[in-house]
Design a protein around this ligand. Sequence first.
Ligand code: HEM
Length: 400
Amino acid sequence: MRPIDLRPLIADPHGTLAALREAGPVHRVQGADGNPAWLVTRYEDVRRALADPRLSLDKRNAKPGNYAGLSLPPALDANLLNMDPPDHTRVRRLVVKAFTPGRVEKLREPVRRLADGLLDAVEPAGAADLLAAYAGPLPIMVMCDLLGIPQERRLDFRAWTDALITPDPARPEAAREAVGNMIRFFTGLIAAKRAEPADDLLSDLIAVRDAGDRLSEDELTSLAFLLLFAGYENTVHLIANSVLALLDHPEELRALRKNPDGLAAAVEELNRWDGPGPLAIRRFPLEDVEIGGVTVPAGETVLLSLASANRDPARFPDPDRLDLHRNNSGSLALGHGIHYCLGAALGRMETETALAALLDRFEKLELAVPREELKWRPSIRARGLISLPVRWSATSRTRF
Ligand code: HEM
């Protein structure tokens, strides 16, 4: 049978996934590069597979000819999402402390100040592309501060990331150039911090690297890259997708405005309902593995659909309904198992803070273009808008 084309996921991810989930637990599909993969659709199978040590993230376990995801050189690819234990355990242990809920809570006020500053800049205009003016800059400013990256470099990094996530068919060399630029950027930055350490996470990681053998130079650049990339990309789109979902559900928004204490639970639901990461990172079975009654041969590519699992009616009753009061324990939007999102607490806090600052400021917020004119990025791996034009007509600063 011909592999299923996943491109319809871009225009209608949840409808397409519902049909696939109904039709079967595992499907032969074409990955983003056209090479074959296996798509897993149901909650229990996805959750079990996320924690299955027989499913490797290390590309060296991939059989040639299968979808293998982004192709990056070792200076960026020696990262946690391309690693299995024991290397994964060793590297993750070095950074996990920087992202504990306690450490992250201390950042809430500084993040709120950054959010308020961005809103101060756009408020007089009465309208803005919220993605370019707010959801986009905020997470990268936070990660730049954490890592110790000069703020003026953040626009470069955003352009490079976009070139990787949504390659321009008219300029196939752009993604390659972006990779070259990123490597130069991180090696230059690390050399500068090595010469002059500061009070930031990157200087700490360099000190760990230089104190012993615990991190190779490729692992150091790759870790800096992954933190910036993962810390930026998903959070931008969780914020923007959440704003859109709230505008699409005025009653839920009204209830949330009345009960700001419900914000944390609301963010869990917004992430389950239309989060930015519809697929987990591709995995490669170390041996033939049975998933949902289907045997997936060793070395072939497994795509675990987090978006489909999170709308599986067998796990979440009435799953297509956005219900900000739902109990979302068990949501897979941030992964599960040893690769569970390292930045989960940070991403949640940033999204809560971004939404709070926005709702606090603008009492009446609405789309500035007809709903059907909104465009999604042409990627099956990243669920995010290209722009989010909104306008506001009344401001207040008291609600949240
Ligand atoms: C707020 C939105 C975010 C979402 C929806 C999200 C989602 C995810 C998911 C689903 C995974 C697991 C991937 C897999 O197993 O295939 C993951 C891993 C990861 N995330 Fe996040 N993430 C978010 C924010 C962040 C932030 C702010 C950081 C910043 C540090 C971050 C850093 C990472 C890292 C380093 C990993 C790899 C962990 C490992 O392999 O051990 N993420 N994320």
